[in-house]
Design a protein around this ligand. Sequence first.
Ligand SMILES: [Zn+2]
Length: 77
Amino acid sequence: MRTAASVRATKLTCKETIRLICEYLDGRLSPGVASELRMHLDDCQNCRMVLDAAQKTLATYFHSYPPPAPAAKARVA
Ligand SMILES: [Zn+2]
């Protein structure tokens, strides 16, 4: 028995997520992909740790590298 809610058309794997993190930090992801990425990060502590480490690395390189905007909340209309 499967519920529709548990089936997501585009579910990122950890591998894909980690590969996308660089582009995410660069602001190069399309909004749709970025939101998939954040959805995965919500669920997956491992990938959050990778993101965190990547941000720290970037911060080290660029010193004042601005952190990615906090997940743009769905616009409050
Ligand atoms: Zn993951």
